[in-house]
Design a protein around this ligand. Structure first.
Ligand SMILES: [Zn+2]
Length: 266
């Protein structure tokens, strides 16, 4: 939810504040970020809780729009305390040793104008790491960890579409549930944006009942047990330790040990 959006025209429309917009007029609103024409719904215009929300987060042209829409505060967590091994253990339930490179200060550090109490906790959820990576951008590093190396998203899709290994945070959308198995497949693609054939990734729930429970809760129409309307376009972010697969259409697979690995976005 964003407090601001472009009014009436994508890319060039005037940027307006939701709280100052009239509720009784009909207008179209678009993402305020440069070069992005994602549609935005308007809610409660003119009221204190007025906001804009994108129709679909995959409509945003770049990952950099996502933290803008979500009004993410990049200084809410301590970058210095972030340790990838600890994150993987807590969020993914796996033990891994990840090397970090030389620490490059992130742009947020230069932006500090006010003296602010330092945050005392490190990022420890899939949502916060996703928003932090989107905010930092692929060229940056986060406490020495290269964002591009550990993030597979719409901006580096072509580079990553041959498969990935090791820890990776992945932008995905639902593709297929395999009944009576422990597997579910996802698109690794910004849904609807890619003109070439999408590639797929596989989640291994380790147990067919767990996979079915997850499918039932998030994707299934309760009457037909088929995927319900709209599930294919929803952004889902998956934190996992991946292995490449020698399969024609599945590029990589990861184990789902904990549901903290998966975050849904409306
Ligand atoms: Zn956008």
């Amino acid at each position: 939810m964003a407090k601001e959006a472009r009014k009436d025209e994508p890319l060039v429309g005037t940027i307006v504040e939701a709280i100052k917009e009239p509720a009784n007029e009909k207008h179209d609103y678009y993402c305020k970020c440069d070069g992005c024409s994602a549609h935005m719904y308007a809610y409660a215009l003119g009221q204190t809780n007025a906001r804009f929300v994108s129709y679909n987060k995959f409509e945003h042209v770049s990952i950099s729009c996502i933290p803008v829409e979500m009004e993410f505060d990049p200084t809410a967590h301590s970058e210095e305390l972030f340790d990838m091994d600890t994150y993987i253990m807590n969020v993914c339930g796996e033990v891994k040793h990840i090397d970090r490179g030389a620490r490059i200060p992130t742009s947020t550090e230069h932006r500090h104008v006010h003296i602010k109490t330092k945050p005392l906790t490190a990022i420890n959820t899939t949502n916060d790491l996703y928003l932090q990576f989107c905010h930092a951008g692929l060229e940056a590093s986060y406490n020495g960890y290269s964002v591009n190396e550990f993030f597979a998203c719409r901006n580096n899709y072509e580079e990553k579409s041959h498969g990935f290994t090791g820890f990776q945070l992945v932008e995905a959308s639902f593709y297929k549930y395999h009944p009576y198995t422990q597997y579910m497949d996802f698109n690794f693609t910004p849904y609807g944006k890619i003109t070439f054939e999408p590639v797929h990734i596989r989640l291994d729930f380790g147990d067919k009942d767990k996979a079915f429970g997850f499918y039932k809760q998030h994707f299934a129409d309760k009457k037909t047990w088929k995927p319900k309307k709209g599930v294919y376009t929803r952004l889902i972010v998956i934190a996992g330790v991946w292995e490449k697969l020698n399969s024609s259409d599945i590029i990589s697979i990861c184990k789902i040990n904990k549901l903290t690995q998966i975050k849904f976005y409306d």
